[in-house]
Write a protein that binds this ligand. Structure first.
Ligand SMILES: Cc1cc2nc3c(=O)[nH]c(=O)nc-3n(C[C@H](O)[C@H](O)[C@H](O)COP(=O)(O)O)c2cc1C
Length: 458
């Protein structure tokens, strides 16, 4: 059997996900992101395409590194207006059966006790289709809004995130025994209280007594996604993640990344197959190769150059307003998103000028472009999956949800014809669809399983 791939649809609750300025395109319905009908339509479309999950990105502040001002990003609708990512999920779950929802929540700016409750509730309501994209956040403006004096360093953010995960594992995996709900009308006992445990977590950042407020949901722990690519981010992913999102402009850098993630995963005593790797791609489709390239040239005209400068400045933490557009982007360390800087500074196949990087970043948030006929795009996906040693793709959009329409109607059938993509969902929960029927919960070698009730109740 050929290697099978999985797919996620990349979206965010703002008018132009994820192509800066493309809200102006006649095919864009992104400005309807404030309506449930937009979300339901998009979810049903992804389910028609047998996607594993909708991946909903999120940030908690404006992009204000560029020119030291939020005005350019706000004017150009750069991840703004930014509505909440969680609240449309119930409606989408009611109108779909199999699609998963991987939602972004920051460990730096939320609290593990309330996050555990929210995601357990949603895992119940979706009947086991929730994933959590664990982010540590990168914008200074987020810190300014959420009570911190500044953005913590990578080391501090990931240190806090490690403890955050420890708390939620205790709540999700160990606070409740499986058979605690009695629903015993005769004896007036809904729950067996001896089977609901406090966690008594006392750590450097959090003090949480418990018990967890929600009874075990179908998956207990939601599927854990992560997308950090700094050295510290990769270590965190190797320890906790079940799937990682990543961005690469070349197959060579993707292959090197996958090798590194697999090496780190082994070092954490886990099986490399326990982490699915999803590079971000942007499909640009035509009925001929020439037409696809013409479409690409046309789409570039909609990109907001200044909006993308503010996006890339926010992603990298570098204010590009004073840079010559024809200078090359060079390697350096950043406390913002290392991966987005490395995308252009460390590409083994090409040196990127700022201007080139901006034009690339404006369409699909820096995703690599797969341009061609549906057959050519499917062929390239198969090549990247096998030669890059990855498990599937995260599909970005030029106009939302139009790119998903084109992809589902034209590329998905080609993937199925090649025998590398499902024609039916395998399981009922998100984890089962990603890892195979029967794998509803975290595997036994995952760190989330290590906090036994005896340890936590000491
Ligand atoms: C495809 C992709 C999507 C991401 N989505 C988000 C997001 O929605 N919100 C966020 O705060 N960070 C997001 N990130 C950033 C990371 O998860 C991470 O917090 C950030 O990269 C900083 O860590 P790093 O320097 O270790 O990469 C994303 C990264 C990638 C590659």
């Amino acid at each position: 059997m050929k290697k099978q791939i999985c797919l996620n649809g990349f979206i965010q609750n703002f008018p132009s996900p994820h192509s800066t300025g493309l809200w102006k395109h006649e095919k864009s319905k992104g400005h309807e992101h404030n309506r449930l009908s937009y979300w339901v339509e998009t979810a049903q479309l992804l389910e028609k395409g047998k996607f594993d999950a909708m991946f909903i990105a999120d940030v908690l502040g404006t992009y204000s590194v560029y020119k030291n001002s939020y005005h350019p990003a706000v004017e150009k609708a750069v991840q703004f207006p930014a509505h909440d990512p969680l609240l449309s999920i119930s409606a989408m779950a009611l109108t779909t059966k199999n699609l998963g929802f991987a939602v972004t929540i920051s460990t730096t700016y939320s609290h593990p006790y309330t996050l555990a409750r929210q995601l357990s509730t949603l895992d119940h309501l979706t009947e086991g289709r929730i994933g959590w994209n664990i982010v540590t956040s990168y914008l200074e403006s987020e810190a300014a809004n959420l009570g911190l004096s500044g953005r913590p360093t990578h080391e501090a953010r990931y240190g806090r995130a490690d403890e955050f995960l420890e708390v939620v594992y205790k709540l999700w995996e160990h606070s409740w025994d499986d058979n605690a709900i009695l629903f015993d009308k005769d004896n007036d006992r809904f729950v067996d209280a001896t089977k609901v445990h406090e966690i008594k977590h006392r750590g450097k950042y959090y003090s949480v007594t418990g018990p967890h407020l929600v009874e075990p949901s179908p998956q207990r722990t939601p599927v854990l996604f992560q997308a950090g690519s700094s050295p510290r981010g990769r270590k965190f992913a190797a320890k906790h993640a079940e799937a990682v999102f990543t961005k690469h402009t070349s197959l060579a850098s993707l292959r090197a990344y996958a090798k590194d993630i697999h090496r780190l995963t082994r070092a954490h005593g886990r099986n490399p197959n326990d982490i699915k790797i999803f590079p971000l791609i942007l499909p640009i489709i035509g009925s001929t190769e020439e037409e696809a390239h013409r479409n690409y040239e046309e789409l570039k005209k909609y990109v907001s150059y200044e909006g993308t400068l503010s996006l890339l400045s926010g992603h990298t933490g570098i204010d590009y307003s004073t840079f010559d557009p024809d200078v090359y982007i060079t390697e350096m360390e950043t406390e913002a998103m290392q991966g987005n800087l490395d995308l252009y500074a460390k590409d083994p196949t090409k040196k990127w000028t700022l201007r080139e990087a901006i034009l690339n970043h404006g369409l699909g948030n820096g995703a690599v472009k797969f341009i061609g006929t549906p057959e050519q795009i499917a062929e390239k996906m198969e090549l990247w999956a096998t030669e890059g040693d990855v498990d599937g793709f995260n599909i970005a959009q030029v106009y939302s949800p139009g790119t998903f329409y084109e992809f589902v109607n034209h590329v998905v059938p080609e993937l199925q014809k090649r025998g590398i993509y499902r024609t039916e969902y395998e399981g009922a929960t998100l984890r089962e669809n990603l890892f195979g029927k029967g794998r509803v919960h975290l595997p036994i070698n995952h760190p989330g399983k290590q906090f036994s009730i005896l340890q936590t109740n000491k």
